[in-house]
Design a protein around this ligand. Structure first.
Ligand code: HEM
Length: 278
């Protein structure tokens, strides 16, 4: 894993590296190859790609949390949002495959982001121990945050994939009763609870680290900037965790109330201008 080497810089990870003082014995081709390796722009490009994909996913999730929480307004509101993404306004009638296409794009970026992040994972138990010891010695809070981001990211590999696969293959089953039945009768709520914590913590830490890395919102005093960014990060986490928990609770309540008729699709209370009873 190239990234682990990049990140730790441990010479022992590259067995062919010359020991100091042995340079004269190294063939010219090897030194040229070494120079090419050092000059490669790929680590920087991959870093940029990781930042861009992370930013895309974070912005997507902000929008996603608002769409999903429309259930707090009413069942009809969530039904309208869900049907909107099936593009009936474009094709004349709902097309669930449009949702699958969107999920496919998000899933691809999600996998790409995870693959790029793997460069930073400790590649062996030895690297894991070296990092843990450094972390304990340094007691640097941002290093601790990086560690949390690594583990929440690891959890997202599994939790996020289960959710995305469900959305990809059953796009027509997104709606007030459909989602609530999946969450309660389909026992998805424990997964959503874990996913919610993992994604909100991971996302807010990711945005915080992005802002620091690329110098966004930089003020004159770096200490002051960092403190402000930390406050923003905490507010972001608390807001979206709160919104997510209340939303999840609303789906659970609806799922419990609808458990006897689980599987029944939702019909909106107003079709065109005509009110119908549910
Ligand atoms: C285009 C892709 C996505 C679609 C269409 C989608 C759709 C949905 C829907 C309809 C729900 C409500 C529950 C349900 O019906 O099962 C939901 C909940 C949720 N989704 Fe997604 N989702 C997408 C991507 C993601 C991603 C990438 C993540 C994070 C990695 C995520 C995290 C969550 C969480 C945490 C909940 C629970 C929400 C809460 O507790 O308020 N979703 N999603």
């Amino acid at each position: 894993m190239t990234g682990s080497i990049e990140q730790t810089g441990l010479p022992a990870d590259i067995p062919d590296l010359p020991a100091p003082g042995r340079a004269a014995a190294i063939p010219v081709s090897a030194t040229r190859a070494g120079a090419r390796l050092r000059k490669s722009r790929w680590p920087a490009r991959l870093d940029l790609l990781q930042s861009v994909s992370g930013l895309f996913l974070a912005l997507f999730l902000v929008a996603h949390m608002f769409f999903v929480s429309s259930i707090l307004i009413s069942k009809d509101a969530f039904h309208t949002v869900a049907r909107f993404f099936e593009a009936a306004w474009l094709f004349g009638k709902p097309q669930p495959w449009v949702v699958s296409v969107v999920v496919g794009v998000v899933f691809t970026v999600f996998v790409l982001h995870a693959w790029l992040a793997m460069r930073k994972f400790p590649a062996s138990f030895r690297q894991y121990r070296v990092f843990s010891e450094h972390k304990a010695q340094l007691r640097h809070s941002d290093t601790g945050l990086w560690w949390i981001q690594l583990w929440t990211g690891f959890a997202l590999f599994f939790l996020g994939s289960v959710h995305l696969y469900g959305m990809l293959t059953q796009p027509e089953l997104i709606g007030p009763y459909e989602s609530a039945d999946r969450i309660w009768t389909g026992t998805m709520w424990p997964l959503y609870l874990l996913l919610l914590f993992a994604v909100e913590i991971h996302g807010s830490l990711g945005l915080y680290r992005l802002a620091l890395k690329w110098g966004a919102f930089e003020g004159r005093d770096p200490v002051h900037t960092r403190r402000r960014l930390r406050v923003a990060k905490t507010c972001f986490s608390v807001f979206f965790l709160g919104l997510g928990l209340v939303t999840l609770l609303a789906y659970v309540q609806l799922g419990i109330a609808h458990a006897d008729q689980a599987g029944q699709r939702y019909a909106p209370s107003v079709v065109g201008n005509v009110a119908v009873r549910n």
